[in-house]
Design a binder for this molecule. Sequence first.
Ligand code: SF4
Length: 755
Amino acid sequence: MAQPEEQAGALGGPWKRAVLQRTHLALALLDPDQAMLPLVLEGDHAPPALHPAVRTHCPYCAFQCGMEISGSPGQGSVRGDPGFAVNRGQLCVKGWSAAATLGHGERLLTPLARGARGVLEPVSWDQALALVASRIRDIQERRGRDAIGVFGSGALTNEKAYLLGKLARVALGTANIDYNGRFCMSSAAAASLRAFGLDRGLPFPLEDIPGAQVVLLAGGNVAETMPPIMRYLDAQRAAGGTLIAVDPRRTPTADAAQLHLRLAPGTDAALANGLLHVIVREGLVDHPYVEARTAGFEQVKALVASYWPGRVEGITGVPEAQIVRAARLLGRARTAMVLTGRGPEQQSQGVNNALAYVNIALALGMVGKPGGGYGCLTGQGNGQGGREHGQKADQLPGYRRIDDPAARRHVAAVWGVAPEALPGPGRSAYELLASLGDPGGAHALLVFGSNVVVSAPDAARIEERLRRLELLVVSDFFLSETAALADVVLPSAQWAEEEGTMTNLEGRVVRRRRASPPPPGVRTDLEILCGLAAALGHRERFSYAGPREVFEELRRASAGGSADYSGITYPRIDAEGGVFWPCPAEDHPGTPRLFTERFATPDGRARFHPVRHLPPAEEPDREYPLYLTTGRLLAHYQSGTQTRRVPALARLAPHAVAQMGPTTAVRHGLSDGDEVTLSTRRGAARFIVQVTRAIREDTVFVPFHWGGERAANRLTNPALDPASRMPEFKVCAVRIERRAGPAQSMPGPRPEEER
Ligand code: SF4
């Protein structure tokens, strides 16, 4: 249990005050009328519902807050849905302002094609689809079927992700399909598959969190990225529980924790091994559980013997006393939960980092018990469902492996094709992008719902690759940085203009419902995919009455797979407020909590994995003397294509900032508002300095929501995890250079002023 001094100041939402203060002060500087804009809207503060209201879900993160939307596009009203159990009416600033994108003046309203003058010009849908189909046929005749690449998104509904995979494998016959979810939680997914035989981000419902006496949250700043989840953590601490945060920065989430382990970037496995070392040394392992339900503990025990706290302090920078204290809190708790975010996962050792944290949860005997276990906090809106239904290079629907003969037979039968006609595994996301234009690489790329020139690592190189293509087709609702490079742009409908399903971070399948039709001239992605398939001569296999019919086919394709949706129907989702997969029959209740009796491995046992600490692919040196780490801000989502266009959010976070410590700033002659160039071995980008004591002096933090000269991903290292193929977004070596010119006025307080 938490010690009294650990409780002090922990309750009452200091995380909320920290973020609210930043929010209010920032807005007060920019727009006094909006100075009282709250971080989380709920209850009496929420705008009243207009009638008729449509119940749907937020377009952004994996929390998938329920919301009610009413009114017309552009003047629509959004409020949290008090009847949806996950958020109970709460929304963060991104959610409540989401309707601003619907009637936005920059919406794409007609297909565009690059004409003879080299500029994008309006064309009809028939012209656009015929042009794309004829160019694809020509390229495939000359270069083979795999010369077409397809790039999807963790923002797509399950129906769209499923149909995109089918388009690639059936209509295009290409192996080269992958998606931006590879950049999100693929390392934790691979770790869960290895340890438990099944990957579902949270293998338990969010309701379990308050029941955890101790939560260790590694590398997830949820107070800013998905604020409504804090009500679960607030309840956990209100019940006497302890939150331990692991992060190089003192984020608002770390502010909420009773113990903050401020590790150096790239040292998660060493820290996790050190925690397990103490747990073993002090006799806190649950041996009956380990013997009954797991395999491989002895090898891990032998390995962590060499990770004594003093040594781990030398690697991680976390004081020995804090390591011991955290391990004792975890080991003595009746219920303990280990959660990871992108911090440990987006590294070239991401899978091993996640496995090292999994080892702790297994050694404590927590996985499969209420109030305990290991979970990954998925980031993208449909990051979970998006990795289950076939838009991943190595997968078929139902989380089946594409190299499994039985899986191929099952899915081929649903699609009405021969199993041998299905391509094999293709390139992972970064490898697909980095090989564009190469002999043997893709020479055309179809992009749905992704802005890769902002979100991919080593972004300038990816932009150069995109420019080499014979054909780039982008489906989006705004002219994103990637769409601006395209040969053909297809205007697509937005979240509140379409029907479908999403799967939240718990594995709960929810309904996205249409509140208004898309603007004239705009089509849904499902209509675009079917139209494209028809233009390619596959109309009969891509004819659906609507999203529900696509979902019915997805149910059949997923039946018997790990992610079995066959018992989930639209009416059930409506009636039950969402259904947890696996759900193999319509009379099956769904599965909120996994692994209660056995794991999804052949012998039913979970696997420990011995993990050695290995340094990141690139460490600071004389030329590039600091660590660079990247992440998200409260006001923006992913590449910022949507949130940078929402006025309230743009006012809240108008600049790409570079956070650095006071000593680092002084050493470089910098102060708040100065403009700097950050350089790495990949390239350079410009940022506005924000000096803060909330970050280690050896580390600079930048958000990745901007493109062009402000793109953090021009700096990041594309070194890949050998198993998940996750790039190393979270750590590389960087150099700071002051830029000449007047200082900018900085909105908002420095983070340390918030405390
Ligand atoms: Fe909820 Fe996430 Fe949307 Fe915020 S961005 S309202 S936390 S779903």
